[in-house]
Design a protein around this ligand. Sequence first.
Ligand code: ATR
Length: 257
Amino acid sequence: MHNAAFAALGLDWRYLAFEVNPKNLRAAIEGAKAMNFAGLNLTVPHKLLAVEMVDMLDESAKTWGAVNTIRFDKKGAIGFNTDADALTQSLREDLKLELRGAKVLLLGAGGAARTAALKLASEKVAELFVVNRTQSKAEKIAGETKKQFPSVIVSTGFPKAKVDLILNATSLGLKTDDSSPLDEKQFSLKEARAVYDMIYRPAETKLLVAAKKSGCKTANGLGMLLHQGAKAFEIWTGKPAPLDVMRRALEQNVYGH
Ligand code: ATR
């Protein structure tokens, strides 16, 4: 999507992928800076590690505690986070969801779930239920979210009443033989208005198939992927991202149509 966007704007830039061992992350960031790269994107497992390795943190990276975008400029390496805003933008666009006052069941308690919990709380959802295989991690995220956003009711475990949104932030569903991240004996999809799966490949996880059958509004994580990329593009280039071009390139590359 970035290369398509550069081409559309007539920029002689290139977006390339590099696999970096976490133990070499600091050297890789320094190397990119030395080679006059405009910036970097980082993904799992580098987003948390990079917080300690950049010269400065933008407000977004400070707030969400993870760096997925770096811009190199005169001041050095500046760390940003574009994931959090991208999530809520996609929830609004793709599910037409009003977040303020919403009740949300969050599945997962890894890095992606943590960013989601804090961002949803900052958007003033009314209630947040965190469910995770490893209960202690759910409790840690619930505790942190409550502390930062005391007005939001945060708990672990399944809700006792209907929710506006179920958000999957686990990695369950990435592989085709994965089971659904939601135990429907514990919480029925009939009790949810909408379901968002951060996973975008496959386009329809078991969770989304079941959610559709139960009459929920559904969306996958492609919109989040698009918007985190578009925001990074704007950070690097200082120009508005050509969203339609980027969306088309994404769909073409991810789904082949
Ligand atoms: P990310 O940065 O993408 O969030 P992560 O931090 O490794 O990745 O988090 C993965 C999430 O998926 C966690 O919530 C994890 O549950 P645990 O905290 O119990 O590990 C969840 N997950 C991964 N595989 C799972 C499985 N087979 N069953 C249930 N949950 C799983």
